[in-house]
Design a binder for this molecule. Structure first.
Ligand code: GDP
Ligand code: GDP
Length: 454
């Protein structure tokens, strides 16, 4: 799975960097066919159009690193919904609700050539209620003649409609300027207080036992009634005291309220998962231990790693494990979880409560690694020893030298190595492996980026 392999590369580094810096989140919402995907591609400067996806093909990735005028932000793309007439209104509203919840600002796209529909009005009500900044995009204004259509959208009461042609690029500069004005400098979800309650997301594919585990862990404890000073939380979050400390379980509404299995539910689930991960510091990925691991399981794990969050893997339904399955499970762990060998695993049964008390200690271990900072002195001493013991191979008569390294950020730990030439991917993996062996980092992704000094 190249999602996990990305971690080694520059792109993975950039993603982790974005996560660490708590970039503001912009969600693009609107009815199907208004041009959201076209606009997202335009903003990302992608040539390869996702628009070519056939209706019904759902995409699993929903957030992308984006940039305009030197400002970086995270773009959440809610396009890719199945165009299916039945029940579409309800789903657009659901989609909007999730997207609004996770975003710092919303880009609401309307097809100016069609005008507003009841669904649009419904979304406007949600937007008003949420009170988040909104930029209104009047799309498909391909030429001056369409400006009047855009003007009509003032009636939505969302302020100035920006006439845009996502297809041709017309007006997108002004639109993005307005977006930058609407976005806060850093994500509100990203403002993590070191002393506040830690934020946990319970994620995993449907039916793995998220709601059962939530009830077992949270339901058993008294829900903390008093507000912890200085913490803001959404009503969908649950604040509880576990082992004498407050914890916030984020986005629990989606877990408690059973999501109906409509077509497009996969994408919906993926979006909700992404939202929960973005809001959390640590994610517990639940996996059903009694059945074979699926691609969906590894995809959720990749989402956590890519978002740069701490990770705990919980093997649930352990009460259903029979001895015949044990050897298969071991093999699956070796094969499917090789990229995240560093993640603590706990075997639990949400039904019986068996070993659920091991969850909090695992969360604490992962978070501690996520917060870890290695001093520059220690880091360079470590690298000096590493290079002396195992120098970079000579390639075409050249051997890149490592000049200096520093840890640029925590949450998750991100390292920058200055060199005289590109490092082999294999050598980078070697450095990562040695970093983990030396400093631990159990439960956190780490990233290493290389800057070449000519
Ligand atoms: P989504 O479902 O909201 O993501 O919409 P898409 O991006 O898939 O676009 C739906 C259709 O509208 C596609 O055929 C696009 O080529 C077309 N479209 C998107 N933006 C524009 C635009 O600015 N002008 C015109 N004329 N067509 C557009
Ligand atoms: P969710 O969709 O991930 O929230 O999963 P649920 O918590 O709704 O659980 C789905 C089904 O699996 C329900 O019938 C649960 O009773 C069952 N279940 C959850 N955890 C366990 C477990 O540890 N052991 C067993 N045997 N069943 C479980």
């Amino acid at each position: 799975d190249d999602d996990l392999a990305l971690l080694d590369g520059v792109d993975g580094g950039a993603r982790l960097e974005a996560a660490a810096r708590a970039l503001p989140v912009l969600a693009v919402i609107g009815r199907p066919n208004v041009g959201k995907s076209t606009l997202v591609n335009r903003i990302l400067g992608r040539r390869e159009a996702v628009v070519e996806d056939k209706p019904g093909v759902t995409r699993d990735r929903v957030s992308y690193p984006a940039e305009w005028s030197g400002t970086h932000f995270t773009l959440v793309d809610t396009g890719g919904w199945e165009v299916d007439v039945a029940g579409i209104e309800a789903r657009v509203a659901e989609q909007a609700e999730v997207a609004i919840g996770l975003a710092d600002a919303v880009l609401f796209v309307v097809d100016a050539t069609v005008g507003t529909t009841n669904t649009d009005e419904q979304v406007v009500r949600l937007l008003r209620k949420a009170g988040k900044p909104v930029v209104l995009c009047a799309n498909k204004v391909d030429g001056p003649a369409g400006e009047a259509d855009a003007f009509a959208l003032w009636s939505l009461g969302l302020g100035e409609p920006y006439p845009v042609s996502a297809l041709h690029g017309r007006g997108t500069g002004d639109l993005l300027d307005a977006v930058l004005d609407a976005l806060p400098e850093i994500s509100e979800h990203g403002v993590l207080r070191p002393d506040g309650p830690r934020r946990v997301a319970l994620v995993g594919r449907p039916n793995v036992g998220k709601s059962s585990l939530l009830n077992k862990v949270v339901g058993a404890e008294r829900v903390v009634v008093h507000e912890v000073a200085g913490t803001t939380r959404d009503p969908v979050d649950e604040l509880v005291e576990l082992k004498g400390k407050p914890w916030i379980f984020v986005d629990t509404a989606g877990i408690r309220r059973r999501v109906h299995q409509t077509s497009g539910a996969d994408f919906y689930a993926s979006l909700r998962t992404q939202a929960a991960i973005e809001k959390a510091e640590v994610a517990v990925v639940l996996v059903d231990a009694s059945v074979k691991m699926t691609e969906q399981d590894t995809r959720v794990i990749s989402q956590v790693v890519e978002a740069g969050r701490a990770l705990v893997i919980a093997y649930n339904k352990w009460d259903l494990m029979d001895e015949d399955r044990r050897p298969f499970l071991e093999r699956e762990i070796e094969q499917d979880l090789v990229q995240v060998q560093w993640a603590p695993r706990v075997n639990v049964s949400a039904r019986t409560g068996w070993h659920t008390d091991r969850l909090v200690p695992a969360l604490e271990r992962s978070l501690e690694s996520w917060d870890t900072r290695i001093s520059t002195g220690r880091l360079n001493a470590f690298l000096g020893e590493l290079v002396a013991a195992h120098p970079h191979p000579v390639r075409g008569g050249k051997q890149p030298r490592i000049l200096f390294a520093t840890q640029a950020s925590t949450r998750p730990p991100r390292f920058v190595i200055f060199t005289t030439g590109f490092l082999d991917p294999g050598y980078r993996r070697y450095i990562e492996r040695r970093l983990r062996e030396t400093f631990g980092f159990e439960g956190t992704p780490i990233s290493i980026s290389v800057r070449v000094r000519e």
